[in-house]
Design a protein around this ligand. Structure first.
Ligand code: SF4
Length: 401
């Protein structure tokens, strides 16, 4: 089970109105200070993991720089970060190396820095190809800029590109959503992520949706039914175009599924660095008698606190929690969960906790069982949070990215 490496970069050009993530607009000096902290955390991680009974299984086969907007880092900082990551952790030569980028931030110097450090996949936060919709939530790019950036990346040799879209943005209509899907398909990118708008209630748009108002276009946010219909339209349109759904929010042409993100849903080990970054590593054998299956680390989601102190939370995952996770993460994937694998791995635990829930959810039409494979039904995909909640026990575990 190869390792995945994640780095969180909490810098953005402007703050999207629906977002309350610990991201913001920072100076180049602050970015430099943050990168220095990341490098020192990378150097300390081996000792920290050993101290907490977690194993780092190398080599890694994926790196993911997410955020925020990693492509906002000055090119020398971006190079420094990836150089140090490769110094600290062994990486397979054919590793997938992804960087999240905002359209409009891909200068020649940034693209050169990406290439120099082996980046071979880019994820573009497009959200909408309709300029009015993107602008209504404070995104700064246009459709034209997005198309230019895709071309620019391809010319530089990075053709493994993801486009993020959001269903449910202010001003979105059935027609405009179909237009964004048309454009995404026409670009020929091999991967599209589709999210239904989730508005943090502490974001500007969230507060306006609760209190009323027009400044952040809350009065133009489509209702939940229309947003769900848009998601289903995306499912139809992308699948018909050969960009097939493989996870609730992710669609890819064959062979272009995100190797890094698959780790989260299949419980492969990953190490995260930066603000609000999470790690999951297998527990060392010495923990076997204590029933610790794996160990999770998480950093704070508060930028100032992160910079002022090493503030890692550690949680041990028991076999029962690992079983729950195998269900609620694995069911996100269209290929579903193999009960044969679960039985082999968890034995009696499965019979005690899992099988009754599966029978019940199958009877409700939320799961479909075919032999030993269990999958979400189309209705189950729309009500996935309800399904996942059924698998979560009372023991609290760390949040998962
Ligand atoms: S949604 Fe992403 S790009 Fe927008 S403010 Fe939040 S972290 Fe930044």
């Amino acid at each position: 089970m190869p390792l995945g490496l994640y780095i969180s970069i909490p810098f953005c050009r402007s703050k999207c109105t629906y977002c309350n993530f610990a991201s913001g607009v920072f100076s180049a000096a602050q970015m430099g200070q943050y990168v220095d902290r990341l490098v020192s955390d990378m150097r300390a991680m081996r000792g920290f993991a050993a101290e907490h009974g977690a194993e780092i299984l190398e080599p890694a086969d994926s790196i993911y720089l997410g955020g925020g907007t990693p492509s906002l880092l000055p090119p020398d900082q971006l190079k420094k970060l990836l150089f140090n990551l490769r110094q600290e952790f062994a990486l397979l030569p054919k590793a997938e190396v992804t960087v999240e980028c905002a359209p409009g931030t891909l200068t020649d110097a940034i693209i050169q820095a990406l290439l120099t450090r082996g980046v071979n996949r880019a994820s573009l936060g497009v959200q909408s190809f309709v300029d009015k919709e993107a602008a209504s939530v404070a995104r700064l790019h246009t459709r034209e800029k997005t198309l230019q950036d895709i071309e620019h990346l391809r010319r530089a040799g990075i053709s493994n590109i993801n486009v993020d879209l959001i269903a449910g943005l202010p001003h979105q209509t059935r027609e405009s959503w179909n237009y964004s899907l048309d454009e995404a398909i026409a670009t020929g990118v091999p991967h599209v992520s589709v999210y239904m708008l989730e508005v943090d209630e502490d974001s500007r748009l969230g507060r306006e949706l609760i209190a009323g108002g027009t400044r952040y276009h809350a009065h133009f946010v489509p209702d939940e039914d229309l947003t769900a219909e848009m998601y289903e339209t995306a499912w139809d349109r992308l699948n018909s175009a050969g960009i097939r759904q493989y996870e609730i929010s992710n669609f890819a042409r064959e062979g272009y599924e995100s190797r890094h993100n698959l780790k989260y849903w299949t419980r492969q080990p990953y190490l995260g660095f930066g603000v609000d970054a999470h790690s999951m590593l297998p527990a060392k054998a010495r923990f076997a008698e204590e029933d610790v299956e794996s160990v999770r680390f998480a950093t704070t989601d508060n930028y100032d606190r992160f910079l002022s102190a090493p503030d890692l939370t550690v949680a041990k995952v028991t076999s029962a929690q690992a079983l729950e996770e195998s269900f609620f993460l694995g069911l996100r994937l269209n290929r579903g969960v193999s009960l044969a694998v679960i039985r082999e791995r968890f034995g009696p635990l499965f019979h005690a906790h899992g099988s009754v829930i599966i029978d019940d959810l199958t009877a409700q039409g939320l799961l479909h069982r075919e032999g030993d494979i269990v999958r979400l039904t189309p209705r189950g995909r729309l009500l996935s949070n309800e399904v996942f909640e059924r698998f979560v026990g009372e023991e609290e575990s760390l949040p998962i990215r």
